[in-house]
Design a protein around this ligand. Structure first.
Ligand SMILES: [Zn+2]
Length: 385
């Protein structure tokens, strides 16, 4: 083990329903724009006024994971006492969270509702990370982005991230309108961020790094590899903070947390016939499933999934999930993208599909659910004085 202490805490069992409009990732973008003087943006988080700001998004750095790894992340840990928690929103997955951040709206409004969701009337799933040429990203998510709204108000809006993400379907759906600065290494991320913000009197940059999440998926968020990677991310944040001009705040957040799923907690939908009866398509991901029933079978599928999963998941109908506010207020135009049955894994459980999703099912770390481990993310801030 690295010299960093204990690593990931055990997954928590309680359910965290996101408080949309108060303390979720969907509330961060509008609050950031409001802090920059953009009119008409909801100021839920009360961020202090500034002319420029930087938002660093660390994929997969959940609040609980950071809490359990203080020694590996001295800079970020130093900001934690004055920081606060946000909820990611449901499902707690990158495509949904980045769209909540990028549009300033909850999932039920922006319609990017999971890793794999039904494209209505096609009988096919859209994998929002890899996208699909047949789906127009602007038609799929027609609402404005915070980048477009900033630019319309005369505020510079930059994205700084790996070059290969610039023109993905997800980027267009969730974050169009930004001036893109491609940066493929941590050092390049720092330099590109400082250069971008230096070019404007008013503006913000959203900086993204994905290596901590991929390390957690491959090796586990309780692994030595994860802690070593966290130390790199900590250094990245510290370098950005140290290089920003005076008076320019750095905010640090994450798109979701993570849970390591032991083999005993893996429920394999491809090997349990009861979980496939009446099911047309299995969407979502192992800790946040959208289950699409064949016509007329929704009630039977719900009963079977509740029976098999028991207390290993919160398993509800689409209607119940909407009524309980899992996605925030749901626009009727996107409601049919939701599963007839929705299952959010509890504890360390996951509903894998070893035959149809061999790659995803082999991952060690997973996320997506309503548990605190998945949902709680930090909002940290640093201001050079
Ligand atoms: Zn991930």
């Amino acid at each position: 083990m690295p010299p960093y202490g204990t690593g990931a805490p055990a997954a928590t069992a309680e359910r965290v329903l996101p408080h949309y409009g108060e303390s979720t990732l969907a509330d961060l973008g509008p609050s950031l724009l409001a802090s920059l003087g953009v009119a008409g943006e909801a100021e839920a988080l009360g961020l202090p006024r500034a002319d420029r700001a930087c938002l660093l998004v660390i994929d997969g750095m959940g609040w609980q994971l950071l809490n359990g790894s203080a020694d590996a992340a001295p800079f970020l840990t130093g900001l934690r006492a004055a920081g606060r928690q946000l909820s990611a929103g449901f499902p707690a997955t990158t495509v949904t969270s980045l769209t909540s951040l990028g549009t300033g709206r909850p999932p039920g409004q922006h319609g990017v509702l999971g890793y794999q969701v039904l494209v209505p009337d096609t009988g096919r799933l859209l994998n929002a990370l890899h996208w699909d040429k047949a789906v127009d990203p602007v038609g799929w998510q027609p609402g404005s982005t915070i980048f477009e709204r900033a630019v319309a108000a005369g505020v510079g809006a930059f994205r700084v991230a790996q070059g290969s993400f610039e023109r993905t379907g997800l980027s267009i759906a969730a974050m169009r309108g930004a001036e893109y600065r491609a940066a493929n290494t941590p050092g390049a991320l720092v330099a590109a961020t400082i250069e971008a913000l230096g070019s404007r009197r008013r503006g913000f940059a959203m900086v993204y790094t994905g290596d901590l999440d991929s390390t957690g998926h491959a090796c586990g968020c309780g692994s030595a590899a994860w802690l070593y990677q966290l130390a790199h991310v900590d250094k990245l944040a510290e370098q950005i903070a140290g290089a920003l001009p005076r008076g320019v705040p750095l905010y640090v957040t994450a798109d979701h947390g993570m849970v390591d799923v032991p083999s005993a907690a893996r429920i394999d939908a491809d090997l349990i016939p009861e979980l496939r009866a009446g099911v047309a398509l299995l969407g979502g991901e192992p800790r946040a499933r959208h289950v699409y029933a064949v016509p007329g079978a929704a009630e039977d599928v719900l009963a079977a999934w509740q029976e098999v999963l028991g207390d290993r998941a919160w398993t509800v109908s689409r209607e119940q999930a909407i009524e309980e506010g899992w996605f925030g207020p749901v626009d009727w135009r996107v409601a049919d993208r939701l599963g007839d049955v929705i299952a959010a894994a509890r504890g360390q459980a996951a509903i894998v599909a070893s035959v149809t999703e061999p790659r995803e099912s082999a991952l060690v770390g997973m996320h997506g659910s309503l548990s605190a481990s998945d949902q709680q993310v930090p909002l940290l801030s640093y201001l050079a004085g």
